[in-house]
Design a binder for this molecule. Structure first.
Ligand code: PLI
Length: 465
């Protein structure tokens, strides 16, 4: 039996009942949902590890702060408190509120990306890539090779390969690169961090060509925690200081406040450049609302403001990452193939290794996640070929090197016994993997971000024998 994870630095004041289902009920639900866990109803799921986005438990202080929400259409005082918190903890002067992260991406992409532009990044994320492609841009993955190897123990698998970056700039010309879009941590690589040292080198390359760096800061606090644990010379520094340093190396950030900041909804775009801020504020009023609420209620901005303060508290972030690590270690002990090292927000199961008898065209990760729901009542999400979508220029399916299932852990929501139940369930699925009869095939395929609404059918008579 593994060690315990760090003590949860809170006690429970309110509880929410979770549904308990039978395997027969889950089998029926799975057929109705077209074998897509995104289409299951929440009341059909016992432990919901679909995402850590907007699903975190808010604190008593966040709920109290919500009562102070100023719902004025113009000039809400909640906005000024929110703006001050982002400026203080992230360090960018211009803060533009949005209703969530992808709205910030939409506005940034419309401001900066034109047809024929090229954008390098440390692996794609579906929403960032969709916005850059909708504006005519082309994404280039310049992450280090280790990030594509689930077994590599590299401590900073989110690092940029500077040779790949330089070669890409040479190939397309710096004048065709409006930004570098850098994730901290890298979700699709398994919640893996980028190091300060690497980002500083990326900064040098950016400065040589006058190209801005935009940080995807959704889980930058978790990235700062890994820097403190793993990067030489950083262990005595506070997570808040390291977060500041990460941001100081960049020219702006897109943020989903539904992650690190424990909010149910909200986001922001922040930049240093006055003209870019002016252009972004011009678009925020078109797509989101006034530039002092950006699609959020005043109470949402209050929840984020308090959430930012809590997010950098050391015992809070230690317990968060420690809980994820605990689940990962239990699976590793049982021999289940997972992406290593364990990342900040989720466990990523190596579906290609677990279901090696299911060909890539039959979508092993989608198949595995359906089987996990059926057998264990746990909901995760596909992070493989279905999420990668089709190449817009050729229309061909993209088969990324990683074919993963993600089990994301919401912050402060589940306890250690929930983690044990998940581990036991996944280990059962792993032991029964030869009973998974075949893969899945699309019966409905939406064009954009197809993983959310796609429907599938098993290629064999049954999913699990
Ligand atoms: O879900 P949004 O629109 O607030 O944020 C989009 C978004 C941007 N960047 C990154 C790294 C994300 O992980 C992200 C959203 N992620 C979700 C919903 C997730 O389940 O990981």
């Amino acid at each position: 039996m593994s060690r315990a994870h760090p003590i949860e630095p809170y006690r429970i004041k309110t509880v929410e009942a979770i549904p308990v289902t039978t395997r027969a009920q889950r089998a029926e639900a799975l057929v109705r949902a077209g074998y897509n866990t995104c289409l299951l109803r929440a009341d059909e799921v016992t432990i919901d590890l679909f995402t850590d986005s907007g699903t975190n438990a808010m604190s008593d202080r966040q709920w109290s702060a919500m009562m102070l929400g100023d719902e004025s259409y113009c000039g809400s005082s909640s906005f000024y408190r929110f703006e001050a918190a982002v400026q203080q903890y992230y360090g960018y002067p211009h803060v533009i509120p949005t209703h969530q992260g992808r709205a910030a991406e939409n506005i940034l992409a419309q401001c900066l990306i034109k047809p024929g532009h090229h954008v390098p990044g440390n692996m794609y994320f579906p929403s960032t890539r969709v916005h850059l492609e909708r504006n005519g841009g082309i994404f280039h993955d310049v992450i280090i090779d280790e990030a594509h190897d689930p077994n590599s123990e590299h401590p900073f698998k989110g690092d940029v390969d500077l040779d790949k970056l330089r070669a890409m700039i040479e190939q397309v010309g710096p004048e065709n690169i409006p930004l570098f879009w850098i994730h901290a941590t890298v979700n699709m690589a398994g919640g893996q961090p980028i190091s300060l040292a690497n980002l500083a080198k990326v900064r040098e390359v950016a400065d040589q060509h006058g190209i801005p760096i935009i940080l995807d800061a959704a889980r930058a606090v978790e990235n700062a925690w890994f820097i403190k644990q793993r990067e030489p010379g950083q262990s005595d520094r506070s997570v808040a200081d390291i977060l500041h340093d990460l941001c100081a190396l960049t020219d702006g950030a897109t943020m989903s406040a539904k992650k690190d900041s424990f909010a149910n909804i909200g986001g922001w775009l922040a930049v240093r450049d006055d003209a870019l801020a002016e252009a972004a504020r011009g678009l925020v009023v078109v797509y989101e609302g006034m530039h002092t609420y950006g699609g959020m209620a005043g109470r949402d901005m209050e929840a984020i403001t308090q959430g930012i303060v809590e997010s950098v508290q050391e015992h809070s972030i230690a317990a968060r990452v420690g809980q994820v690590e605990y689940l990962g270690e239990r699976l590793i002990e049982a021999g289940v193939p997972v992406v290593r090292p364990i990342g900040g927000h989720a466990i990523f199961l190596d579906a290609a290794a677990i279901l090696s008898h299911v060909p890539r065209e039959e979508l092993p990760a989608q198949t595995l996640i359906a089987a996990i729901y059926l057998i264990a009542g746990v909901r995760g999400v596909e992070r493989g070929a279905v999420s990668a979508g089709r190449d817009p220029s050729t229309g061909e399916n993209r088969y990324p090197p990683l074919e993963l299932v993600r089990l994301a852990i919401p912050r402060r929501t589940y306890t250690q016994s929930h983690m044990d139940a998940v581990a036991d369930g996944i280990i059962d699925v792993y032991k029964e993997r030869s009973q998974i009869a075949g893969g899945l095939t699309f019966v409905h395929e939406p064009k954009a971000m197809r993983f959310f609404q796609a429907r599938f059918a098993p290629t064999a008579d049954v999913l699990v024998r």
